[in-house]
Write a protein that binds this ligand. Structure first.
Ligand code: NAD
Length: 244
């Protein structure tokens, strides 16, 4: 099947994506920051249980230089890069009037610049191979906006624009680029919301339940697999009808 890189794969949605792609038969490069060493190693172990190769690569994906170095190491380890999932992401929520410049810049760096870094370096390898699948994890906040998330929604809207531009640039080399926009998925990121915020999200969700990381991973698997071959430049919302 080839090799897949999943950024921020030490927990949450990234972990579920890594495990699902391992189940599909991909060798897995698990990226996360070094603070997530133990959880990332546990994810690698679970991936190997599916009979594939799995290795951890620690790098801060907001750093251009660290990404360049990491992608080279991954290519050397696996002999190619077939799937890139840009999943790493953070929130630093707050109303615009009170948001610090630091919290604005940090979210843009981790959620948005990382996608440029990783698509640029992995895209070079994929262009050489004349094949590849890139899946960028955006958010419904990037499509519709969200109060208290001016930084996050800016970063996630950018990811959609970047996915469409990259789809146009890389299509002739047989590379697809798509974005996924999840709604409310149960992970550490959403555990941090207040009970009031969780209740509101649930009331706005047509299916009246939160999504699971595995449900996001299922769509990544589809886009990375043979049935996703003719889909590019699209945004797929996985939100239980949050935005209808
Ligand atoms: P999470 O906080 O559980 O996991 C994020 C992972 O990214 C962590 O392992 C973290 O260590 C890693 N990470 C953070 N900064 C990094 C960096 N600079 N370099 C490398 N790794 C880094 O979050 P999650 O809920 O699993 O979210 C995963 C993705 O899905 C994010 O991009 C998030 O914005 C997006 N998303 C989540 C939801 C949701 O409801 N949970 C909804 C929409 C979009």
């Amino acid at each position: 099947m080839g090799a897949a890189i999943v950024t921020g794969a030490g927990q949450g949605i990234g972990e579920a994506i890594a495990l699902r792609l391992a189940q599909d038969g991909f060798d897995i490069a698990i990226n996360d920051i070094s603070a997530a060493l133990e959880s990332a190693q546990a994810v690698a172990e679970k991936c190997r249980a599916h009979g594939v190769k799995a290795e951890c690569f620690f790098a801060d994906v907001s750093s251009y230089d660290e990404c360049e170095k990491m992608v080279k190491e991954i290519e050397k380890t696996f002999g190619g890069i077939d799937v890139l999932v840009n999943n790493a992401g953070i929130t630093r929520d707050g109303l615009m009037a009170r948001m610090s410049e630091e919290n604005y810049d940090k979210v843009i760096a981790v959620n948005q610049k990382s996608v440029f870094n990783m698509m640029k370096f992995c895209g070079t390898t994929m262009m050489r191979q004349r094949s590849g699948r890139i899946i960028n994890i955006s958010s419904v906040a990037g499509v519709h906006g969200n109060m208290g998330q001016i930084n996050y929604s800016a970063s996630k809207a950018a990811v959609i624009g970047m996915s469409k531009s990259a789809a146009k640039e890389l299509g002739r080399r047989g590379i697809t680029v798509n974005a996924i926009a999840p709604g409310f998925i149960s992970t550490a990121m959403t555990d941090a919301l207040t009970d009031e915020q969780k209740k509101t999200m649930l009331e706005l969700t047509a299916l009246r339940r939160y999504g699971t990381p595995q449900e996001v991973a299922g769509t990544v698997s589809f886009l990375a697999g043979k049935d996703g071959a003719y889909i590019t430049g699209q945004v797929i919302e996985i939100s239980g009808g949050l935005t209808i």
